[in-house]
Design a protein around this ligand. Sequence first.
Ligand code: FA5
Length: 341
Amino acid sequence: MENLNYKEEIEKATSEVILENLRIKYLGRKGIINKLFEEIKTLPKEKRREKGQKINEIKKEIETLIDRKKKELKKIKKEEFFDSTLPGKSYPKGSLHPLTYVIEEIVNIFQKIGFIRVSYPEVEWEYFSFEALNMPKGHPARDDFETFFIEAKEHQKFGKMILSPHTSSGQNREMQRVKPPIRMINIAKTYRPNWDATHTPMFHQFEGLCIDKDINITHLKGTIDYFVKEFFGKERTIRLRPAHFQFTEPSFEIDVSCGICLGKGEVDGKKCRVCKSGWLELAGAGMVHPNVLKMGGIDPKVYTGWAFGFGPERCMMMREEMKIDDIRILYNGDIRFLEQF
Ligand code: FA5
């Protein structure tokens, strides 16, 4: 009886099946304990009681040990159970913001014709957004670019710190960085306090700047034609309207035929909610003003150039297949809209 090994055997059991076999081995009808009880009969009478008590104690101990081990194994099984037949959990997949795809596409279109993408600060000094663009302090044209000012120490030369209201602030920075020929495409976030179906306070612009010898307005028109045909399709048309920007001369607004009403100006007998006229303004453009070239250290007698500034959100809206009639949907975080991309 002393050499019964049940404690170690039960402790080592790694499954409920092994444990059940041990129960049968020790406690079963033909098990070791019953055999021991039977052996009692062969003992002298005075020893039977003591032996019986001892066997009973061992029996109880085996029952307790098996019980405890069973619970332990059940707990482990619960924790480790893996049912490989169950369908897997699908985790929500993220994606890039639709505008990121549009920006990549725009960059590719311009890279094909030799433009280099650059990025300039979104938190900018007044100087680069205004003075360097022929809009000295106090000039009324500065009001056209409603601006968020930052409460920070003014720079002695560059003035107040602002959130850049247009990517044209990259023009002077690019002229300081490289000498002509320049083919820049500057894409960045821009900020103005507006909020309606065609304006958001944070939006993007992409600024094209081309400076070289003998550059004229036909190169500007050709480049914009190329972009519009690549991006919107051959059937969409553009028009240039005379406009005024302090940093270009002559200046234009560039409109594209509306993708919602397809240039008609109305949908189901009602004025088109987005364009109201069949056309939507996409960009400002013009020949770089000689003063701006001078501020950038470029001799306007030797070099000429053009620039344009587009809103990629507007470009996205105006794609026929998009049918976005409110620009704000891009930034209100509605996952039902965003997950389509
Ligand atoms: C400008 O910002 C000039 N810097 C463009 C330019 C560049 C002119 C180079 C000449 C030479 P404008 O304020 O018109 O121009 O803005 C240009 C485009 O940005 C608009 O046509 C429009 O597509 C987009 N845009 C302007 N404000 C918003 C806004 N709040 N939300 C969304 N898009 C906007």
